[in-house]
Ligand binder design. Structure first.
Ligand SMILES: NC(=O)c1ccc[n+]([C@@H]2O[C@H](COP(=O)([O-])OP(=O)(O)OC[C@H]3O[C@@H](n4cnc5c(N)ncnc54)[C@H](O)[C@@H]3O)[C@@H](O)[C@H]2O)c1
Ligand SMILES: O=c1ccn([C@@H]2O[C@H](COP(=O)(O)OP(=O)(O)O[C@H]3O[C@H](CO)[C@@H](O)[C@H](O)[C@H]3O)[C@@H](O)[C@H]2O)c(=O)[nH]1
Length: 404
C-alpha cells in the first residue's frame, strides 16, 4: 500500500520506517525542513535501537522518503503522528492535528493521542492509537502487544489493521471514541500503578521494610503483573504526565470525579520534593552543596528530556542553592543550572553528594573505588535502586535509597 505519514518524531518516524520495512511504499512529511534534510541523508537524531537501520533500509530500497510540509497526495492512507501537547486546563492541544486533518485528502488515520471524540468529529477518520515506549519504539511497533483500530465501519478498521501484516498481536476493532479512550485508559492505568508503588516505597522507608522485596512478592501475582513496579523519583516523559492531565480534563468536562487519577497526579508532584527533603535531612541546608547528578533523561534507554523527573528534582535543588553537575550517557549539552560532564568520574569530582536519578544500567557497573577517591563526601542517594549496595559499601560509600 502507499502510506503517508505526517510528523517525523518518535511516533511518525517509527511508523514510517516500520511500514516501509513491512513492504509498504512510504512517504513521511514534516514541517521541520532541517529534520527532513537530515533524514533524507540517513541521519536519525532519536536514540532508538534499530531505527537508523530501518531508515537506511527504506531509503536504500526506495520504499521510504521524506518531504517537507504536511500535505501528501497519491497515498492510500495518511497517518497523523504530530504532537498533542498539554493545552489550556490540561486538555490536549489539537492545533497540529486539526491543521493536518484539514489538509488530508484521502483516508486519514490518527495515531497521535487525541481527546476522546476527536475522530468522530471528522467523517471517515480512523483512530489507531500508538502504544510504543521510547527506547523500544521499533520493537514495540513491529511486535506490538495489541493493535487497536477504531473506525465508523468494520471494513475500514480491518483495512488499517491489515497494514501491520502478519502479526500475532490481538487486534481490537472498535468505534473511534473507544479506541481513543483505550490509549488514555492504558497510560493512566500505568500512572496509577506507578504512583501506588511510589507511595508504597515511601511507606517502606518509614516502616524499615524493603520495597524491592515487597514488589517482588507483588509481581508474582499475574493479576498485578510484573511491569511498572519499580519506584523512582516520579513518572515523566512526553506521555504519562500530559495524558493523565488530559483524561482528568475529559472526566471533569463529563462531570465525573476521577479521584484515583487525581491522586496519582498529586502523588507524582510530591515525589521530587520528597527526594530533596530526604537529602536535606541528611546533609542540612543545600546552599552551596555540590551535587553530582547521575542521569537526567526521564528514564534509561532514551535521550528524551521532556518532562523528566530528574530535571524537576534538579530545579528544586538548584532553587535551594545547590551547585549541580551531571553525567548522563545520552546528554551532552548543559541544562539551565546544570553543568553536564562527559563521565561519572568527572561528575563525582569534589561532590558532597551523588544522586542517581535515571536507571541507566551502566550506573550499576561504575568504578566505585575511583568515584570514592574523587568525591568530597562519600554519600550516594539512589532514587532508582541501580547502585549495588555491596560494591558501594566496599568502596566506602554510604548509600541511601530514597524516592523509592
Ligand atoms: N513519544 C512517544 O513515546 C509516543 C508514544 C505513543 C503515542 N505518542 C503520541 O504521538 C503523538 C506524537 O508524539 P511524538 O513524541 O512522536 O512527537 P514529536 O514531537 O517527537 O514529533 C512530532 C513531529 O511532528 C512534526 N509536525 C508538527 N506539526 C506538523 C505539521 N503540521 N505537518 C507536518 N509535521 C508536523 C514536528 O515537527 C515533529 O517532528 C503525540 O500525540 C503523542 O502523545 C507518543
Ligand atoms: O517500573 C517503572 C516503569 C516506569 N517508570 C517511569 O515511568 C515513566 C514512563 O515510563 P515508560 O512507560 O517506559 O515511558 P514512555 O516511553 O513514555 O511510554 C509510555 O507512554 C507512551 C506514550 O503514550 C506509551 O505509548 C507507552 O505505552 C507508555 O508506556 C518514566 O519516567 C519511567 O522512569 C518507573 O518509575 N518505574
Amino acid at each position: 500500500m502507499r502510506i503517508g505519514v505526517v510528523g517525523a518524531g518518535y511516533v511518525g518516524l517509527t511508523t514510517a520506517a516500520c511500514f516501509a520495512h513491512l513492504g509498504h511504499q512510504v512517504v513521511c512529511a514534516d514541517v521541520d525542513e532541517s529534520k527532513v534534510e537530515a533524514l533524507n541523508a540517513g541521519e536519525v537524531a532519536l536514540h532508538e535501537p534499530g531505527l537508523s537501520d530501518l531508515v537506511a533500509e527504506g531509503l536504500g530500497s526506495g520504499g521510504l522518503r521524506f518531504v517537507t510540509g504536511s500535505r501528501l497526495s497519491d497515498v492510500d492512507f495518511t497517518f497523523v503522528c504530530v504532537q498533542t501537547p498539554t493545552g489550556a486546563d490540561g486538555e490536549a492541544d489539537l492545533t497540529a492535528v486539526e491543521e493536518v486533518l484539514d489538509q488530508v485528502s484521502g483516508p486519514a488515520v490518527v495515531k497521535s493521542t487525541v481527546p476522546v471524540g476527536t475522530a468522530a468529529k471528522h467523517p471517515g477518520v480512523v483512530s489507531n492509537p500508538e502504544f510504543l515506549r521510547e527506547g523500544h519504539a521499533v520493537e514495540d511497533f513491529l511486535r506490538p502487544q495489541r493493535i487497536v483500530v477504531g473506525a465508523q465501519d468494520e471494513r475500514q478498521a480491518r483495512a488499517v489493521a491489515d497494514l501491520y501484516g502478519a502479526t500475532r498481536a490481538p487486534v481490537v476493532l472498535t468505534d473511534t471514541t473507544s479506541a481513543e479512550l483505550v490509549k488514555y485508559a492504558s497510560n493512566c492505568f500505568l500512572a496509577l500503578k506507578l504512583s501506588y508503588v511510589n507511595t508504597l516505597a515511601e511507606l517502606c522507608e518509614h516502616l524499615d521494610a524493603d520495597i524491592d522485596g515487597v514488589t517482588e512478592g507483588m509481581r508474582l501475582d499475574n493479576r498485578i503483573g510484573a511491569s511498572c513496579l519499580a519506584p523512582g523519583p516520579g513518572w515523566g516523559g512526553s506521555c504519562l504526565p500530559k495524558d493523565t492531565l488530559a483524561l482528568l480534563a475529559t472526566a471533569r468536562t463529563a462531570g465525573i470525579d476521577f479521584a484515583t487519577l487525581e491522586a496519582a497526579i498529586s502523588t507524582n508532584h510530591h515525589q521530587p520534593r520528597r527526594v530533596v527533603d530526604r537529602i536535606r535531612e541528611e546533609v542540612g541546608p543545600l546552599d552551596g552543596v555540590r551535587i553530582g547528578l547521575l542521569g537526567l533523561t526521564f528514564k534509561a534507554g532514551t535521550s528524551d528530556l521532556r518532562d523528566s523527573p530528574a530535571l524537576v528534582v534538579a530545579g528544586i535543588l538548584s532553587g535551594e542553592g545547590a551547585v549541580l553537575v551531571a553525567y548522563d550517557p545520552c546528554v551532552e549539552q548543559d541544562r539551565p543550572g546544570i553543568t553536564v560532564l562527559p563521565s561519572a568520574v568527572e561528575a563525582a569530582e569534589g561532590a558532597d553528594v551523588l544522586l542517581v536519578l535515571t536507571e541507566w544500567p551502566e550506573f550499576a557497573e561504575l568504578d566505585w573505588p575511583e568515584l570514592a577517591k574523587r568525591v568530597r563526601n562519600p554519600l550516594i542517594f539512589d532514587t532508582r535502586g541501580v547502585v549495588p549496595p555491596g560494591k558501594a559499601a566496599e568502596a566506602g560509600f554510604r548509600l541511601v535509597r530514597t524516592g523509592r
